[in-house]
Design a protein around this ligand. Structure first.
Ligand code: HGY
Ligand code: MN
Ligand code: MN
Length: 420
């Protein structure tokens, strides 16, 4: 067995980095808030860039703030890229995204310690604004990295707090000079280690998920405009209650998900209601509806059911409804070669494995547009994520990072199937 086969990551070093990064934007009582392009995001970026430089990586930052650290190979050509994100939702945990970036650094550190060079270069990427919580769409940085979103549109995007991506990027000093949009040789292959964020692996006691696809995502913002009026004097028959319509849509979204069943999910997570006063009938309400399904036909069916209901309900209440799409991505299959390497390496490491879809969106689904891509999941305790109590055990983290290490070594040594 080659020396490389015996290589194992230093799990303690990886967990220590996760905790150090978790201290940036730490919330009182636990968890992390590092919204994209916030001062906390900048501090996290600075820490990761510092670690990249300590590891001898050549660091480049592109016009949208995507950070890529590259380790030379014995041959030229495009790198095998390891990536994810370090921005979080407002109620984030230590692992969502951060694990993928820091496990990438751990792979580099392990190879450096062992004095092992790879044929292909290796790269570790931290993509801008994966979460999409502040600025939509999600996976904005990786989408732009692969040429799926132009720089001007991205920079002009206005977030939920009114600031634009461009303003915030400048404010944190991460508008880099590297061109945006994948050069032909941006990546030979891409592998992302991520927590599952769902209940499957933990419930089934499985150590590793070999992710076969990312499900389709549909984010729509609805704005309902009614008539504000006195809560005491306005007869029910005279009301045009925007809050009522929004509440009815939230209930209907759940009914649609249950009616379609299977993988269909629906979430009404963002609410802004005005004037938001106890004695005034609401006249201005904005909500978002997040619909997802592994099946594009069913996702389209859910969207059609939702829009039909919104039209009927708003008309019946004499409320006007407008909407705009915040994100729309079809399901994305991953590379069979990468999936098989993940499975083979999990087996070689004696780890149980399940092939499965991803319920969450990930940067890997964007990199799949330009190269063979895949993901490795590790369990989320109780299936909890986007929650300050998000947790994955150190042993599970090390197991996932070892599968990542050996999958990357495989991809960096031989030829990966062509993109076609
Ligand atoms: O919404 C998602 O799936 C991811 O967390 N951006
Ligand atoms: Mn994530
Ligand atoms: Mn997330």
């Amino acid at each position: 067995m080659s020396a490389a086969r015996n290589l194992r990551v230093d799990g303690d070093r990886l967990v220590a980095r996760l905790k150090a990064l978790g201290d940036v934007g730490a919330l009182p009582g636990g968890g992390v808030c590092r919204l994209a392009l916030s001062p906390e995001d900048k501090a996290g970026r600075d820490l990761v860039v510092g670690w990249m430089k300590e590891l001898g990586l050549a660091v480049r930052i592109d016009r949208l703030g995507n950070i890529v650290g590259t380790r030379a190979g014995t041959q030229g050509g495009p790198p095998v890229m390891i990536g994810s994100h370090i921005d979080t939702v407002r109620t984030g945990g230590l692992y969502d995204g951060n694990l993928g970036v820091l496990a990438g650094l751990e792979v580099i550190a392990t190879l450096n310690d062992a004095g092992i060079a790879t044929a292909s270069p290796l790269a570790v990427a931290a993509f801008t604004n994966e979460e999409g919580a502040r600025f939509q769409p999600d996976m904005m940085g990786s989408l732009a990295f692969v040429g799926g979103l132009d720089l001007e549109t991205a920079l002009a995007t206005r977030g939920i707090d009114g600031a634009t991506v461009g303003e915030c990027l400048d404010a944190i000093g991460y508008a880099g000079d590297a061109p945006l949009g994948a050069a032909a040789n941006a990546a030979k292959a891409y592998v992302e280690l991520h927590i599952e964020q769902g209940p499957v692996l933990d419930a089934e006691g499985v150590a590793i998920g070999a992710v076969e696809q990312v499900q389709g995502i549909s984010w729509t913002e609805f704005t309902f405009t009614g008539v504000s009026n006195h809560a005491g004097t306005t007869p029910m028959r005279m009301r045009h209650d925007a809050g009522l319509v929004a509440a009815a849509v939230a209930v209907e979204a759940r009914r649609i998900a249950e009616a379609i069943g299977g993988d269909q999910v629906a979430t009404v997570g963002y609410w802004q209601i005005g004037p938001n006063l106890v004695n005034v009938v609401p006249n201005a309400v904005t909500i978002t509806v997040d619909l997802r399904n592994t099946d594009e036909v069913l996702l389209k069916k859910a969207e059609a059911m939702l829009h039909a209901f919104v039209g009927r309900t708003a008309a019946a209440e004499g409320v006007t409804a407008t909407h705009r799409s915040l994100a729309r991505f079809e399901p994305v299959p991953f590379s069979p070669t990468v999936i098989d390497r993940v499975a083979a390496n999990a087996a070689a490491l004696g780890l149980s494995l399940k092939r499965m879809p991803s319920g969450a969106g990930h940067d890997a689904q964007m990199l799949a547009r330009i190269c063979p891509a895949g993901m490795i999941f590790v369990p989320s305790k109780g299936g909890i994520s986007h929650n300050v109590t998000e947790h994955t055990d150190p042993a599970e983290i090390a197991a996932g990072a070892n599968v990542l290490l050996h999958t990357v070594l495989d991809l960096a040594s031989g030829d990966v199937e062509s993109k076609e």
